[in-house]
Design a protein around this ligand. Structure first.
Ligand code: NAG
Ligand code: NAG
Ligand code: NAG
Ligand code: NAG
Ligand code: NAG
Ligand code: NAG
Ligand code: NAG
Ligand code: NAG
Length: 403
């Protein structure tokens, strides 16, 4: 039985909700989310090969009806960025495709939401951050690039051979871009010039040696985003599987950010597991009350699961949920199956009642129910196969979050 809030979430817009899924198979798949007599279904409606051979990340601009797709270019020396208009029926029409520095894996739109904007891309194999100016109709052109090297490799020789920027995120005030760099154990910080959209590199956050920063989320406990507001930064370290909490202060005149570590916990809290866990995405719920992390390879829920009420039906990795405290502390709430293996990335709808997750190695997208009041994630409402290693799934709705 579905909660009334879920039904409301699906019907208020008056038109179907679409999800877009990227996969290393080379396609962006459109899924239509519909609800009938209390049953939710996902149906494949379109697929589009216009992004290139290895789509790795999707960024939606719902206000302009645009989708940006990054092609990681796994077997070529370069990657690419492409843009699409989102049609009413959920199909995509490509606007532009440009070759980039290799290995783009995450993108964030920044600038003035009513005016000039750009997209910043983190390049894992290309050890770079690049920016592309956006014209608002899907056309874009190259802005700047920042490319890094390491004087000596980090402690994890295989993953820290060179800098590996893994994500680009903006701070709550929109004045900075932060880039967790898995190879360099840094979070790089850039100031944004709102006239030119040019970036200025500022002092980075030094993460613990060998930790492998991957993704991050900001939290304003009083739901106010300003330089003076209480601000926390949660950093997910892939190689050591931790959430590190930092208290953030703003330097005057756009001078940058300072970080004070206040806590460090396992992304799996105190749960025992006998595999190497590789946390991936982190997101704060739309009501600003919970922090959710996807944990790859933990396989806490592989079959057979003796607890029938907890039957995941297929081997699953794990979502962990924490309740955010006003002082930035995290209180463990739940570990729950992600509905498949290797939940690389996930998204939440604006009302916080649905989580869509791309389980990379199970080649499925699972749509899990979620109770926004308690933060508890529930059983899959729908699950649909999508060809290839899934890398990203996003909602087309304004206010939806993705990590
Ligand atoms: C709608 O759902 C109810 C409760 O599950 C069921 O009894 C009823 O047969 C369903 N109606 C249709 C038209 O499927
Ligand atoms: C877009 O550009 C990339 C990199 O140059 C290329 O590999 C890809 O095939 C192009 N996409 C399409 C659909 O032509
Ligand atoms: C979907 O919409 C696009 C753009 O309006 C149109 O070209 C296409 O024919 C439509 N596809 C279907 C199957 O309706
Ligand atoms: C393609 O990759 C090469 C080698 O890394 C790089 O020098 C070049 O700038 C890239 N092309 C673009 C358009 O970014
Ligand atoms: C912005 O960056 C571009 C590319 O690096 C450069 O050509 C331009 O001069 C910069 N503009 C300003 C105002 O710094
Ligand atoms: C998953 O865990 C197993 C067992 O610890 C380990 O051998 C494997 O390397 C891990 N895979 C990844 C991708 O971390
Ligand atoms: C499901 O199983 C996990 C792992 O065994 C356990 O920690 C959790 O409490 C169970 N959840 C429920 C609802 O029984
Ligand atoms: C995902 O990629 C791995 C490694 O390349 C490959 O072994 C596996 O078959 C792929 N899985 C799917 C579902 O395509």
């Amino acid at each position: 039985m579905l909660s009334s809030s879920l039904l409301l979430a699906l019907t208020t817009t008056g038109s179907a909700t679409n999800l877009f899924v990227s996969s290393y198979s080379g396609e962006i798949t459109s899924l239509a989310l519909s609800e009938s007599n209390g049953t939710v279904s996902l149906d494949t409606t379109f697929s589009n090969a216009g992004c290139g051979p290895n789509p790795s990340w999707l960024t939606v601009d719902p206000s302009r009806g645009l989708l940006f797709c990054l092609n990681e270019g796994l077997t070529s020396p370069n990657g690419s960025l492409s843009s699409f208009t989102i049609n009413r029926n959920g199909s995509l029409t490509r606007v532009q495709n440009e070759t980039t520095i290799s290995g783009p894996v995450s993108g964030v739109i920044y600038g003035n939401s009513a005016g000039k904007q750009a997209i910043g891309l983190a390049h894992y194999t290309g050890s770079s951050l690049t920016s592309y100016d956006l014209d608002g109709d899907g056309q874009f052109h190259f802005g700047e690039s920042f490319t890094y090297s390491l004087s000596k490799p980090g402690p994890d020789a295989a993953r820290q051979d060179s800098p590996h920027p893994h994500e680009a995120v903006t701070d709550p005030t929109g004045q900075y871009i932060l880039v967790p760099d898995l190879g360099a154990d840094l979070v790089r910080v850039y100031g944004i010039d709102f006239e030119t959209l040019n970036l200025t590199e500022l002092s980075p956050l030094n993460a613990p040696s060998g930790s492998g920063p991957r993704h991050a989320a900001f939290y304003n406990p009083y739901s106010v985003a300003s330089e003076d507001a209480t601000t926390f930064f949660y950093l997910i370290t892939e190689l050591t599987s931790t959430i590190i909490t930092y208290s953030v202060t703003y330097l005057p005149n756009g001078g940058g950010l300072t970080f004070t570590q206040t806590a460090q916990v396992s992304t799996l809290w105190l749960l025992n597991h006998n595999r190497i866990n590789a946390p991936a995405g982190v997101l704060i719920s739309p009501d600003n009350r919970f922090l959710i992390v996807s944990n790859r390879n933990s396989t806490l829920f592989s079959l057979p699961n003796p607890d029938a009420s907890n039957n995941t039906q297929i081997p699953s990795d794990t979502f962990t949920t924490f309740e955010l405290q006003l002082d930035g502390r995290l209180v463990f709430v739940q570990a729950w199956p992600s509905g498949g293996l290797y939940p690389r990335q996930f998204s939440i709808n604006p009302s916080g009642t649905l989580i869509a997750v791309g389980n990379q190695l199970s080649a499925n997208v699972a749509l899990l129910s979620r109770n926004p009041a308690t933060g508890l994630i529930g059983e899959p409402l729908a699950r649909i196969p999508v060809k290839g290693n899934i890398t990203c799934v996003v909602f087309d709705q304004a206010g939806a979050g993705s990590a």
